[in-house]
Write a protein that binds this ligand. Structure first.
Ligand SMILES: *Cc1c(COP(=O)(O)O)cnc(C)c1O
Length: 491
């Protein structure tokens, strides 16, 4: 029913029902956001009525503008309430060792990290070539922050046995120009918590800020600890931790568009602000990157936290933990697979043994059985792997995973590994990103079934295999070209 070649602007306006029907039809092509079988991108608590509540709160505030807290005090109040909740969950607030924690609501983890780097950079204006130190497992958003802010990224390698950096290597990477040291609680890829206490200590000794990226785990680790899981200290209870990020649109189960960046005190936050009065329009003061900000995500997050409550999150974390256990056992029980790390948070990450199936084929076989997992490419001595972000909605389905996994492994073994033309693989391994021409990419894309104008192949294993054979710089170029082919306006 949708005109694939149409723009969003018809000559004549359409009735509301028809427009909504279009949106719903388009949405029907997406992966299912509910049902507990999607292990990336979407965080679902599986709580009846929560979507409706969040949507109603969103609608209530969608047109309100966070640009000016004096014009819209509702948003200021809700933002302060969200920051207060996040500070409490992460070891700050009255009666703690970090009573002066302040923060900002941002649009997501990436924005929180960019702002943490910006605040650290601008706190040291005398440093002309600023640098940040991060473990190799740090989220790619740090690289994006470094790129946007012209800060050098010093990456500390991982110990392949623990998937953590050696603290001595972190200390050695700190230079006079280092403005920030960061670590993860936990890392996205493997769900491993870095040695935060010791990293914060070496940062403090060097008088450098230390950011804990708890975008992923900030809303589960504290609850896991209360459930008796051994969780190392990672929050404001750790001296030397100067800022923490936590994404409310992940395990706080708020709709997309909300993260919180916390600082230990207002002075640490000060360089995050941008104010400008040297133009004829309104004087501007922005704590975050966006200036005009919809109240929708803030109100939806506020409603979500109020509705679920502390006891609700504890219960959701308990269910998530149980699902993690069931999924990890399923992996352990299959011949040919092994866990990359023992799950210590809410990630299950596995790889194939030498005699195991082709993981990228397995990912497609799981998708064919309704399980949407996330393939991770070979990186710096670490094998390719499959990532599962586990949320509470998975719990009721978890028992169905083991038989489907066993079946998918058998199917992947029967299908055999992806066989790309050897010349193509050789090209991927040897081509320099600079020598990649548009024609070459179009040819490769066509060969892989990636059509111009939005076409995606049924099976992603060939694409993943090609990317896997390429070094990171070439992967980046190929991805940009592939996505650029998809992103063409419809008229
Ligand atoms: C998701 C994530 C981010 C980035 O968050 P976005 O909301 O996708 O921008 C950063 N760090 C970690 C550890 C994450 O899991």
């Amino acid at each position: 029913m949708i005109d694939e070649n149409g723009s969003a602007l018809p000559a004549h306006g359409m009735p509301a029902e028809r427009v909504l029907a279009e949106v719903r039809e388009l949405r029907g092509r997406d992966r299912p956001t509910h049902g507990g079988r999607l292990f990336a991108y979407v965080y679902d608590p599986g709580v009846a009525g929560l979507d409706e509540l969040a949507a109603a709160a969103y609608a209530e505030s969608a047109h309100v503008n966070g640009l000016d807290p004096t014009a819209f005090p509702s948003l200021l109040a809700m933002e302060n309430a969200l920051v207060g909740a996040a500070a409490r969950v992460l070891g700050g607030g009255p009666g703690t060792s970090a009573p002066e924690v302040v923060g900002s609501v941002t649009s997501g983890g990436t924005e929180s990290l960019i702002l943490a780097v910006k605040a650290a950079r601008d706190a040291r204006p005398e440093v002309t070539a600023p640098r940040i130190v991060v473990p190799a497992s740090a989220h790619a958003a740090f690289a994006k922050a470094a790129h946007y802010l012209r800060v050098e990224l010093d990456t500390v390698p991982l110990d392949p046995a623990t998937l953590r950096p050696a603290v001595a290597d972190v200390a050695a990477a700190i230079r006079p120009e280092t403005v920030l040291v960061a670590c993860s609680a936990p890392s996205y890829a493997h769900g491993v918590v870095d040695p935060v206490e010791r990293i914060a200590e070496v940062a403090a000794t060097a008088r450098v800020r230390c950011h804990v990226d708890a975008c992923f785990g900030g809303w589960t680790l504290p609850y896991l600890r209360r459930l008796g899981v051994p969780v190392p200290a990672f929050d404001f209870a750790v001296p030397g931790v100067t800022s923490i990020s936590v994404d409310l649109h992940k395990y706080a189960y708020a709709p997309k568009g909300v993260s919180v960046l916390l600082h230990r005190d207002p002075a640490l936050r000060a360089p995050q602000y941008f104010a400008y009065a040297d133009w004829p329009g309104y004087t501007m003061v922005n704590p975050v990157i966006s200036s005009t900000r919809s109240g929708g995500p803030i109100a939806a997050a506020y409603a979500t936290l109020r509705h679920l409550g502390d006891d609700g999150y504890l219960d959701l974390t308990r269910r998530t933990r149980e699902a993690v256990r069931v999924l990890a056992d399923a992996v352990r029980d299959v011949d040919g697979l092994r866990l990359v790390a023992e799950p210590e948070s809410t990630v299950v990450c596995f790889t194939a043994t030498d005699s195991g199936p082709d993981l990228f084929v397995l990912v497609d076989e799981l998708a064919a059985r309704g399980w949407h997992t996330q393939p991770q490419l070979t990186y710096a001595g670490l094998p390719r792997s499959v990532h599962l972000t586990v949320t509470a909605a998975v719990a009721p389905r978890a028992a169905e995973f083991a038989p489907d996994l066993a079946e998918a492994v058998a199917a992947a073994r029967a299908a055999g590994p992806v066989a790309l033309p050897p010349a193509l693989l050789a090209l991927a391994g040897s081509l320099s990103p600079e020598s990649l021409t548009g024609d070459l990419v179009a040819g490769v894309a066509a060969g892989l079934g990636l059509g111009a104008g939005g076409g995606l192949p049924e099976r992603m294993a060939p694409v993943n295999t090609l990317l896997d054979a390429a070094p990171p710089a070439l992967r980046e170029r190929l991805l940009v070209e592939f996505v650029s082919l998809l992103q063409r306006p419809s008229y």
